[in-house]
Design a protein around this ligand. Structure first.
Ligand SMILES: *Cc1c(COP(=O)(O)O)cnc(C)c1O
Length: 357
């Protein structure tokens, strides 16, 4: 059996350094003789980790003092509700770029007046809508920067006349972001920032407190900012591994270095998809994601789909079956995925072409 190459859409693979350090902490956290699983979240040693992980987020993303980092359980899906609870007063706009964007909008509709200002549903979300107007009376505009299922991505921080809120679950930490342009950035850790079980929310402090509804304590970002994300027991282990992942990212040179590698990986795969007569990409070229690479069998070759899956499996490729709403294949090449992994997949596609082409 060849080496295994994991392209799962989430949870992602993590850097070996983060895994090794987490294994150590499982038996002995910071020389306390206590497992990270049993350490008190009120201990000095844990508080140090909380301070460190926030400081690492701030350093890596160059987060200005106007914003605070909050780490919570519940997944990005629960943030869809938090966002509406904390920011929606009169009217909110959503950019409908796919399934996750749609789910975020659904939660907001349950709270108040929210609607899609533009959508790419007409082409099964294979592009990012452009040239849409952003009404100036919105409480906020919500965008999903990377559409994990369809492989499209908003690759630049957009200019927005109203508070901008972004679900960056699947492309956070793959490029520099001008945080000052956002009222909030959030996402589940498990695509690029750590293991499942914790979300990050980077919130502009003075954008809060503008809604008149009662916000339940646990859903109120002000509470979590006040209490340093320790109003209740935080997901200790997930946060620990997140911190180790951030430390790894810093050690390889931060976002400049990471972005270069991520772009190189994406280019290798897109070049192969475009070159190879058996495959075609599904996302509009200008909107192609550097994180989730979606492709199908070329027209007339559809019958080879399951055969390629089997072939790739035999070569150690894991997790390349596309999401059911797009079909075909999807290679998720998050930060910890290596150039070597990506080359192995490209080689596998080449080899399949030699046999079947
Ligand atoms: C995976 C994903 C989510 C959902 O995350 P959960 O933590 O499973 O709730 C939301 N948005 C995007 C863009 C995602 O990729």
């Amino acid at each position: 059996m060849d080496k295994i190459h994991v392209f799962n859409a989430g949870p992602c693979i993590l850097p070996q350094q983060a895994i090794d350090n987490s294994i150590k902490a499982l038996s002995n956290f910071k020389e306390t003789g206590i497992s990270i699983l049993s350490v008190s979240h009120r201990s000095k040693e844990w508080e140090e980790v909380m301070d460190e992980v926030r400081a690492n987020w701030k350093e890596i993303l160059n987060i200005p003092d106007t914003h605070e980092v909050v780490l919570l359980g519940g997944g990005a899906s629960l943030q869809f509700l938090y966002v509406a609870m904390n920011f929606l007063e009169k009217k909110a706009g959503y950019l409908d770029t796919g399934n996750w964007a749609h789910k975020a909008l659904k939660e907001a509709k349950g709270i108040g007046n929210a609607y899609a200002i533009a959508s790419s549903a007409d082409k099964n979300y294979n592009y990012i809508p452009k040239g849409f107007d952003i009404p100036e009376d919105l409480d906020y505009l919500h965008i999903t920067t990377n559409n994990t299922i369809y492989g499209t991505e908003i690759k630049k921080d957009i200019d927005c006349p109203v508070p901008l809120i972004a679900d960056m679950s699947s492309d956070i930490l793959s490029r520099k972001v001008d945080v000052s342009k956002y009222a909030m950035i959030y996402g589940g850790a498990q695509k690029n920032a750590g293991p499942a079980g914790v979300i990050f929310a980077i919130i502009k402090k003075d954008a809060l407190g503008k809604v008149s509804r009662y916000i339940p304590t646990m859903l109120d970002y002000r509470v979590h900012i006040d209490k340093g994300s320790m109003f209740n027991t935080p997901p200790v282990f997930s946060i620990f591994v997140m911190n180790e992942t951030l430390k790894w990212l810093k050690s390889i040179g931060g976002l400049d270095a990471m972005h270069k590698i991520d772009e190189e990986k994406a280019t290798i795969l897109y070049n192969e998809i475009d070159r190879n007569t058996l495959f075609s990409g599904t996302a509009a070229k200008e909107d192609r994601s550097i994180m989730n690479i979606c492709f199908v069998m070329a027209p007339g070759k559809e019958n080879l789909e399951s055969e390629f899956l089997e072939f790739a499996k035999g070569k150690g490729m894991v997790g390349i079956k596309g999401h059911r709403s797009v079909g075909g294949f999807r290679a998720s090449i998050y930060n910890a995925c290596t150039i070597e992994d990506v080359k192995a997949l490209a080689d596998c596609m080449k080899e399949f072409e030699t046999i079947k082409g």
